[in-house]
Ligand binder design. Structure first.
Ligand code: HT7
Ligand code: ZN
Length: 871
């Protein structure tokens, strides 16, 4: 299968000045007429062949150049390419294609979700609609007419502004939309359905009124307000923080139930997975509310970082995604608690992105090659990409970063550019040399920093030594030293920050060499270093902390993130020793320092409750697995449960009193303070449930019954469902389903809670649930809940020693491969990490990968992941 390389990039030979489309939507055959006004690119297009892309499922009924219908001898088909050999320097190209959206289960291109037509064109979905130069550096204005049956599809939408409409006697109607901003085809969108909407307006900074419309099914109309409020907050924030104003007169969001990812930033017409837009206290958890706020903002921010300035080619994906994730993270930090947001993002990065960086699909944030671009919508491109932008922000400071961003938008508005252009704008605006920093874009793998230090009491001198390295990754055996911004401080014996330079207590050191030392003078006693404050770089850091020093940092570090990190390090250190003990048959005893440190935090009522909940949450099994050289699934699970139970028994009375103290009166609100109370309260309850005492089962049941919101209800349900109280679990799960069977997103939570049950027998439950009438193999949200929950978030069951979890996933991938290749290849991830398991598991995991590789008709998506993970 074809591998595509960044080094082979060539500018397009022809550009499209304007595109006029006509969609005739039908229940069986949909007809698409496309008229493109084409001109040779200044870079020497004239005389060259004209290249279009079209998927094999698209039937080409007609193609004409300047009214001359082409016959098959006038063009060549090479895979997805259609090459017209001879064209003039400027011409009109017209095509007519026939497609079957109703049979499109891949959910790329034009498809149907619950009876409504919708599109997903990023990255290469447009070629499943029509033949077109479907590449992001070909930008065109679009005029789109959508025509359909009026009764079935009263709402007809596309990008831009509606300009004309009409209807015919046969019950059909049409609307024409015009988008004045040139855009690549991946930002094209169309929706047709029986939809209702809520409406609002937003006065921009230059006092233009923008009409805001959020569309959904009638039954979901009461769940759209939070997305609307989030949208308006995002619009205001982008004006205030980046000086970016919205450009069209109308901004639309449509909620659809069948969607491969979270949402899509199509110009003026975002299409959202219902899971990222619908929010109501009764059906949505606090995490769900925050996700809606974050994703709505993310898609909105793309209007500048993605749409006005887009990517030259798909190797530059992180140009828009890394920058936009950085922007949405800062927005969420400003709307809620900054430290909590940072902790959540770092936990995700260190657990899942670091694992990706160490796995067979590891790639730099600007990959050098790919077989299927859909496989590169990864945590590396998004989350590590955002960390790279954050590092530039750290190096330049707020003001110069803003100057760099202004210059980037001004220089490249309306263009398709590269990550290098982004870095160049940051350099030019700040005068800072980022040449070594650019290695972050080309080198894969997680760099490691190894620290040591020495203190000279006579000279009052402290020296911090640092060595950097980066492990080999596919195709990159050796790495050059990177430019790593290291934010750090020093604490004196009393726990106060030392003033280091210019009154600063936190310095950003430039780590640029393989080995480097930093000297600090006038240090009166041996300090405790606080390293990588705020997680200033996406690296692993190793300093030989004593447990007492970590307890000290937990209590005293002035950086909230670092206090949490110290707690994580302490818990990791303790759990890693216990795992070792367990493996060697040594009886387990918990270091009392962990219990004492946790008690001190629970007793301090002045602390931010959200942070207390974060600090008291033990590192996940997934994080412990990422840190392990060889993953011992059973030992990790056993030890984490042991520590939870010991903590719960040691802290029982304070846990109960904090649980009671955190009860909230009054109406549900998703504000930061209320979310904090609920999260701490539910954390306390989960510890209490870990004692396995019946009185806490009763408490969880009481919470379930009294809950007026989904956060408390589903937290209680999952604690009971994952407990050894089988009967109670069964009863509550039934009751929950009965109550919520008509709410698809809540039923998905019900699937996920059952799929992640760590108790034995879950595989059989999951197999049974796949036959449940509410399950639908074609719906990605349901697949993610049930299959994703079991294979990706239930290690103890997925990795059962008899290999049944692996066989189950292998079977499902083979089923999904044709039906939805993008989802199939994502679901494969847990099998690809076989190298970190013991020999027996490795063999079984590889056998499943091989079985998939040997099967006929593999999609590019699945083929790329399976073949690379077996290489
Ligand atoms: N830019 C969007 C990407 C996306 C996507 C990619 C592949 C297949 C389906 C997809 N749906 C959306 C999402 C975003 O980052 O905003
Ligand atoms: Zn994005």
């Amino acid at each position: 299968l074809n591998e595509i390389f960044l080094k082979d990039y060539q500018a397009p030979r022809y550009l499209i000045e304007s595109t006029d489309m006509h969609f005739e939507l039908h229940e069986q055959d949909t007809l698409v007429r496309t008229r493109m006004q084409v001109t040779a690119n200044v870079d020497g297009g004239a005389g060259a062949a004209f290249e279009l892309f079209g998927h094999e499922d698209v039937e080409l009924c007609r193609i004409a150049i300047n009214d001359q219908v082409l016959s098959e001898k006038d063009y060549q088909r090479q895979g997805e390419k259609l090459i017209v050999k001879s064209v003039p320097a400027s011409f009109l190209c017209e095509t007519l294609t026939r497609i079957q959206p109703q049979d499109n289960t891949a959910l790329e291109g034009l498809y149907k979700s619950d009876g409504m037509f919708c599109t997903q064109c990023e990255a290469e979905g447009f070629r499943r609609i029509t033949f077109y130069p479907d590449r992001p550096d070909v930008m065109s204005v679009f005029r789109t007419t959508v025509e359909a049956d009026k009764a079935l599809y009263p709402v007809l939408l596309s990008n831009g502004n509606p300009v004309e409409q009409g209807e015919s006697d046969d019950g059909r109607h049409w609307i024409t939309w015009e988008d004045p901003f040139p855009k690549p085809a991946y930002l094209f969108a169309l929706v047709a359905g029986d939809l209702e909407y809520i409406e609002d307006s937003y006065p921009t900074m230059s006092d233009r009124d923008v009409k805001l419309l959020i569309y959904g099914e009638a039954k979901d109309l009461d769940k759209l307000e939070y997305a609307m409020a989030s949208l308006k907050n995002a619009m205001r924030w982008d004006e205030e923080v980046y000086g970016r104003e919205y450009d069209l007169d109308i901004y639309m969001i449509v909620a659809v139930d069948f969607f491969n990812m979270g949402a899509m930033e199509n110009k003026g017409l975002n299409i959202f997975n219902t899971s990222c837009v619908l929010a109501h206290p009764k059906t949505t958890t606090d995490a769900g509310f925050q996700r809606v706020e974050g994703v709505v903002a993310h898609e909105y921010f793309h209007n500048w970082s993605g749409n006005r300035v887009t990517c030259r080619d798909w190797f530059q994906l992180s140009l828009k995604e890394g920058f936009t994730v950085f922007r949405d993270a800062e927005f969420s930090a400003d709307m809620n608690s900054r430290t909590v947001k940072r902790v959540e993002d770092v936990a995700l990065l260190r657990t899942a992105q670091f694992a990706e960086d160490a796995g067979p699909m590891a790639h730099p944030i600007r990959p050098a090659s790919f077989i299927e671009i859909s496989n590169f919508y990864t945590l590396t491109i998004y989350e590590k990409g955002a960390e790279v932008v954050r590092m530039i922000h750290t190096l330049l400071g707020e003001e110069q970063f803003r100057a760099g961003s202004d210059l980037y938008f001004e220089r490249h508005d309306g263009q398709a550019v590269t990550t290098d252009d982004f870095v160049a704008a940051m350099e030019d605006a700040s005068g800072r040399d980022l040449s070594q920093f650019r290695l972050w874009y080309s080198q894969a793998g997680t760099p490691e920093l190894k620290f040591s230090d020495e203190y000279d009491p006579q000279a009052h001198r402290y020296v911090l030594h640092v060595q950097q390295s980066c492990p080999a990754s596919p195709g990159q055996a050796t790495k050059e030293p990177m430019h790593i911004p290291l934010a750090m401080g020093l604490l004196d014996q009393q726990g106060n920050d030392l003033t280091l330079v210019n009154g600063e207590t936190t310095l950003v050191l430039d780590v640029t060499e393989a080995e480097q030392s930093f000297t600090f003078e006038n240090i009166q006693s041996r300090p405790v270093p606080s390293l990588l404050r705020g997680f200033s770089a996406p690296v692993k850091s190793h300093y030989p902390y004593q447990r007492d020093e970590l307890v000290f940092l937990m209590a005293n570090d002035s950086d909230g993130f670092s206090r949490w990190d110290a707690a994580q390090k302490l818990a990791v250190d303790i759990m890693q020793s216990l795992i070792h003990d367990h493996q060697n048959g040594v009886a387990l005893t918990l270091d009392p320092r962990l219990v004492d440190a946790f008690r001190a935090i629970l007793e301090d009522s002045t602390l931010d409750k959200a942070m207390v909940a974060k600090v008291l949450t033990l590192p996940s099994e997934a994080y412990l697995s990422e840190l392990a050289t060889e993953i011992d699934v059973d030992a990790i699970h056993h030890v984490r449960n042991f520590v939870r139970k010991e903590l719960a028994q040691g802290l029982e009375s304070i846990l109960l009193s904090v649980y009671e103290a955190c009860e909230l009166a009054g109406e549900y609100s998703p504000d930061a303070a209320s979310i904090a109370r609920r999260s701490l309260r539910n954390l306390c309850l989960s510890y209490l449930m870990a004692t396995e005492e019946a009185r806490y089962l009763a408490l969880a049941e009481e919470q379930y019954v009294n809950a007026d919101n989904m956060t408390d209800q589903s937290a209680a349900l999952s604690m009971v469902a994952h407990s050894r109280f089988k009967q109670a679990a069964h009863k509550l799960l039934e009751r929950f389903y009965k109550q919520w069977q008509d709410e698809a997103l809540v039923v998905n939570q019900w699937f996920a809670i059952q799929a992640t049950n760590p108790e034995p027998g879950t595989l059989a439950d999951v197999e049974a649930l796949m036959q449940h009438p509410a399950f639908d193999m074609k719906n990605p949200n349901k697949l993610r809940a049930l299959l994703g929950g079991f294979c990706g978030q239930n290690a103890i069951n997925f990795h059962m020693a008899d290999g049944s979890g692996y066989r189950f996933l292998g079977d499902r991938i083979l089923e999904l491969n044709k039906q939805n290749p993008q989802v199939a290849s994502r679901m494969l991830t847990p099998l690809t990490r076989w190298k970190k398991y013991g020999e027996a598991r490795q063999q079984q995991m590889k056998a499943q990968l091989q079985r998939i590789l040997d099967s006929d008709g593999l999609s590019k998506d699945v083929y790329e992941v399976v073949s690379k993970s077996l290489a």
